[in-house]
Structure formats: C-alpha cells, structure tokens
Design a protein around this ligand. Structure first.
Ligand code: WT7
Length: 641
C-alpha cells in the first residue's frame, strides 16, 4: 500500500475485531451466513421481549412485492435497550452530556434521569392522544429534550420524524403533510452561535394549511415570548408529569422513524427505518467502528435532524450504554477553538465530525487547536462527504497529534449506519479512503449496464446483499423506494455514489453520480433548488448544478433565464431558496444566461452545465445534438469564476 498510517497498539480494545486478520475472518463468517451473523449480533446486543428466530426475509430482486424484513418474529421496544437495562448496570452513568451554545453551559443527564424524563414524555404523548403508528414531527435544536422526544415516541410506538431546525416553514409543512403528523414537538427558540432561531414561530407558520396537526408540545429553551395558540399548544414542562411508564411491545419491523432526505428528482422522500434491524445495526457499528470502551466520552457533533444524529448521537450510543455528547452550538463560536476546548473540558475520547468542518477549521490555523489539551482523544471520525487527503492529514497530525485512529465512515440516510469504514483498532488507513466494508456489507462496483467490475476499477457503488440497518421503504410510496434503489441494476441496492477501488480492495468514494448535491455535508437535490427558483416571478427557467468548493465540498451554481423584458434581482433568488428550503440552502454563484442547453426533445443537458460550472468549459465534447448550440457559447462566455 502506498501509505499506511501506523496505528497505536489497541490495548484495552473491546471490539471483537482488533486486527486485520480477525476482520477478514469475521467478514467471511458474515458473508457465508448473514442470518447467523446478524441474529447473533441482535440477540447479544439488544434486549428483546421475544428473541427473533428469523433473520432476513426477502431479497433485492423482489422488494416491490416482498418488502425486506429482518428478525420478523422478534418483539421488543428499543427504549428498553437504550434505557431500562442500563438502570440495572449503571444508573448514575452520564447518558447525555450536553454542551449549550455558550461555552461551559452544560447538563449531565444520567441514565436514571433520562429514563425518568422519557417515561414522563411517553405518558404526556399518550395523554395528548398519540397512539402506536401515529406520526410525530420533532422540530428542535440540539437540546437533550430532542433525544427525549425521539425516545418517548419510540416508547409508545409512535413514529417520529425529526426535521432539521434550519428548514423553512414551507419545507416543514411539506413534511407534516407527507407523513400526516398529528403532533409537533418544538421549542420556543433555538440558540446557535449566539443567534436565536424562531422554531416555534416557524412551526406555527408551517401548521397553517397543514390540517393534520392537532397539538404542539413546546419546550422552553430561551424563555422568549412566543405566540400561544390555545388549546393546541402545551408546554413541555407542564405536560411532563407521571414518570412511570411501561414500554409498548412492538414487532421488530414496526417503523421507528421517518427521515426525509433529498433525491435526484421530485420532493424529498421519507425513508422509513424499523425497530429491530436498525437498533441492531446502530449498536453494532457504533461499538465496532469506534472501538467503544466503557469509560469513553463520545462526541458526535452532528445535528439530530440528520441520520448521523439519529444513529450516532442518540440510538447507537444509548443502546451501547455510552456517554454521548450533545452539542448545541457551532464549531466557530465563540471562535475556531470551540471543539478542542470541549475536548479538553469533557475529556472526550472519540470525536466524530464532517470534513467540511475540518477544512473550515484548518483554514483558521493550528493555534486554535494546540491551545487545548487533546490527550484524551483516541479515535477521530469523519462522515458526510469525501475527505481530501490534506484535511485528513491535518485532522490526523494537528488534532490527533499523530496518535489517534482516523475513521472515514461512508454511509447514507438509507443505509441506517456506517457501511464502509476503517474499524479503529484494526484497519490500516489511507488518507481519503473509506477503506473496507464492515462485516455483512457486500459492496460491488458496476458499469452503467450492471456489468460487474472485479478487482481495481471505478464505477457505480452498489451493495449486493441486504443488511439489518437499511431503510425498508419510502413513506407512502413503496414504488418510489423500489425504483430509486433497485430499479437501476436489478437485484442490487444502488447507492447513487461513484467509487474507485484499488488493488488492495480499498474504496474511495468519488461523490454522487445523480443530481444530488452535497454542500457542507448537507444533502440537497438540484430539483429542490430549481423549483424554489421557479417561484421567483422574474425567472423563466433555472438550472442548478454543483461545482467543487474548497471548504464546502460542493458549491451551488445557478443558471438563470429571466422572463423576457425582466431583470432578476439576486436577492430574490436567495430569499426564495431560504423560504422554500431553509437557511442552509444558499446559492454560491448565479449566472444569468439567455437560455439553457437542451436536446431537441427539450431535456436540459446538465452534463454541459456541470462542466462549465467546474471551469471545464473547453471539455464539452460534442454539442451538435442540441436544439440551439449557440446557447452553449453564450453560457461559456458568461462563466463566473
Ligand atoms: C451521501 C449520503 C452518512 C450520514 C451523513 C450523510 C456522501 C457520506 C461519506 C464519506 C464520501 C460520503 C455520499 C452519500 N457521503 N459519507 N465518508 N465519504 N462520501 O448522509 O445525507 O444521506 O448523504 O453522503 O455521497 O451518498 P446523507
């Protein structure tokens, strides 16, 4: 291998996989007998009311008729694995270590306390009329009550859908409508980097015209005055009373949550994850990849509004009885040393963040890092987008002082948990590579026609065999689920990512092969931007593509055709994206164009637009099939550097 980072000897590792040989053995066992492997994991890790005897039912050829299922005859309530059982072993252990927006503003919530609060919240939800199978939207910032709300839903068998607090009222309303939520749990305001986010006011706005919402449960965070709608609105602290609650027994395949994510076309889709398979996979991958040990202080600084927050702030760590940090603020508040200040104060041992944050912090210089004691750190993780080798090196050398294991974890909302990643104590790493698949994951690289690529090569990343953590369907649209993920290459799960594999079997994710953007680790559809821009009345047509951005990974490049005789004000474009999608959906570059390059049948040639946005306007190839080739020349000339 060209470059293998020396690893620290894994003294005290508790994962069963402590070296590469052992890794290969476990992979072989899992590939030979997936049912045996995952049934053993699920029985060992999870507290079942009725242990499953069945592993997988279904296969990738026939998902439409026969939805995938794992542990079909098992019954459980996942909150008993996340809470109740830890009351016997170590009730006073800190479950959630919360760091508020202001440095040092903290709360330590023990497993006993978390259990009590979740029981209270579960009773409150029941009192509000929420029953098994009903949907609850959680629209909150990073407060422990968000995790409590998720767990309370799980405890009564309600299906939660967390919506990231940056989403606009419009986007929230779409999600409320799509899943038919009857309850929204929110807070008066969110606090982030010294700024206030009007969560309750946005939720109020979203409810107008979304008829299903009957109740709104409001956690008081900032104490701001908020509009109050009697009898719909109820304060969290008034509703939470009775702390005795018996968890509801559920089928393994009962939906645990819906999480909306962007696709290449259409509206965001609500991916459905189910109880038994998801919690098994969350627990397994969290313990294995990060080499979790009993005294770890584990910090994933994602937001619970994304899958990373679900699996690796809440469900995985709590199922494993770990201490999980919840961080309300941003990496640059009050300055670029905030993460490392937290590492020092809380003696964090495992730290998990996104490459975009690493690039942004590296640009501020190493002094913000070296100012703080990072000797507690042992494992450093990244997630969400490819990490460039320079950022990897900075993380490894400057943050980790060359003595921590780096895990570049590839996965997706759809996979439920990490799928390709180093296992901290076992896998030699190479900067920029997500390295090797976890046991039970069988990736394959394919040509567009489905032909398999063996050995080194580059192609579409697919996965050949089901695994317990994967999403089971798209809420309300199973056909869309099947056509999106199993319609490209029959019999395989299609990830939407391009990927390269070297002669050692190491994987490099090269990015999306569809019209999905990854901006600062946020997944957004070009179609969502385009439909937001189309609402601006001076705009006739818009096309949006991504381009390489040094900090964000990808930037957003918009080509705008004005209505004839109109002039487009850029501020209107930004406002439309903010209002239709959210504050995180910002266009980086706008280029006015006379028209879009289209085929004679009217299809926009996105390939050409991507090339020009990437600054490769001289590599367009044949454009003679376009309806109006002169448009290309005009666009090329107007390229915005
Ligand atoms: C897409 C999934 C996984 C949780 C957060 C994002 C990209 C994710 C990596 C990585 C290269 C990565 C892929 C994937 N991605 N992790 N380690 N290296 N690319 O979840 O919002 O569902 O986005 O993020 O393109 O398909 P998501």
């Amino acid at each position: 291998m060209p470059y293998v980072v020396p690893r620290r000897v894994s003294e005290g590792a508790v994962t069963e996989i402590s070296n590469l040989n052992r890794y290969r053995e476990v992979c072989a066992a899992a590939a030979n007998d997936p049912n045996g492997f995952w049934l053993a994991q699920s029985r060992e890790r999870i507290q079942w009311r009725k242990e499953p005897s069945i592993g997988l039912m279904g296969n990738f050829h026939d998902v439409l008729e026969n939805p995938l299922s794992w542990f079909g005859d098992g019954r459980l309530n996942i909150t008993e694995s996340c809470l109740d059982r830890h009351l016997i072993t170590d009730p006073q252990k800190t479950a959630i270590l919360w760091e508020g927006d202001e440095p040092g503003d903290q709360r330590k919530i023990s497993y006993a306390e978390l259990h009590r609060e979740v029981c209270k919240a579960a009773n409150a939800l029941h009192e509000l009329g929420i029953r098994k199978g009903e949907r609850v939207i959680i629209y909150m910032g990073m407060v422990p009550e968000a995790a409590m709300a998720m767990l309370a839903c799980a405890r009564i068998g309600a299906i939660h859908s967390v919506v990231f607090g940056g989403f606009s009222a419009e986007a929230l309303r779409d999600r409320i409508r799509d899943c038919g939520a009857e309850l929204i749990i929110t807070q008066d305001e969110g606090l982030r980097g010294g700024k206030k986010i009007p969560l309750k006011a946005t939720a109020d706005e979203a409810c107008q015209g979304a008829g299903t919402v009957k109740k709104m449960l409001v956690f008081r965070r900032s104490g701001a005055d908020v509009a109050w709608n009697e009898p719909r609105d109820i304060w969290w602290h008034e509703a939470l009373q009775n702390d005795t609650h018996q968890a509801v027994e559920l089928e393994a395949e009962h939906p645990l949550f819906i999480l909306y994510t962007s696709g290449s076309t259409g509206r965001p889709k609500g991916l459905v994850h189910t109880c038994g398979g998801y919690i098994t996979y969350a627990s397994y991958t969290h313990a294995t990849v990060f080499d979790l040990r009993p005294d770890d202080v584990y910090a994933c600084v994602a937001d619970v509004g994304w899958i990373t927050g679900h699996t690796y702030i809440v469900y995985g760590p709590l199922a494993n009885g770990a201490t999980t940090v919840m961080f309300e603020s941003i990496p640059t508040y009050p300055d670029a040393g905030r993460y490392w200040d937290m590492v020092e104060r809380h003696k964090i041992t495992i730290f998990y963040t996104a490459p975009t944050a690493i690039r942004a912090l590296a640009a501020q210089g190493g002094e913000y890092v070296t100012r703080y004691d990072r000797s507690s750190l042992r494992v450093l993780g990244t997630v969400g987008e490819p990490i460039n080798p320079e950022a990897w090196e900075w993380y490894y050398k400057v943050v980790g002082e060359g003595r921590c294991n780096i895990v570049d974890t590839w996965w997706q909302t759809e996979t439920g948990g990490i799928a390709i990643s180093p296992i901290a104590p076992a896998t030699p790493t190479e900067p920029g590579s997500a390295t090797l698949p976890l046991p039970g994951i069988l990736p394959s690289l394919r040509e567009a026609d489905g032909k398999i690529i063996r050995g080194p090569g580059q192609g579409f990343l697919c996965i050949d065999h089901p695994w317990p953590g994967q999403a089971r369907t798209v809420w309300g649209d199973h056909e869309r689920f099947v056509s999106t993920y199993f319609g490209h290459i029959p019999g395989l799960y299609f990830t939407g990512d391009g990927c390269r594999r070297n002669e050692h079997g190491y994987y490099w994710i090269t990015g999306r092969v569809d019209d999905v953007l990854n901006v600062s680790g946020h997944r957004m559809g070009t179609a969502e931007f385009e439909s937001a821009l189309a609402t601006v009345n001076t705009v006739a047509e818009a096309a949006v593509v991504g381009y390489p951005h040094p900090v964000k990974g990808q930037g957003v490049y918009a080509y705008i055709v004005a209505q004839s005789g109109e002039e487009v004000d850029e501020a209107d474009l930004h406002a439309a994206c903010r209002e239709q999608i959210g504050s995180h959906a910002r266009i980086d570059k706008v280029q006015p164009v006379p028209g879009l390059p289209k085929t004679r049948s009217g299809k926009v040639m996105r390939r050409i637009l991507r090339k020009i946005a990437e600054g490769k306007g001289d590599e367009l190839g044949d454009v003679s099939t376009l309806a109006d080739p002169s448009v290309v020349e005009a666009i090329r000339r107007g390229f915005k550097v």
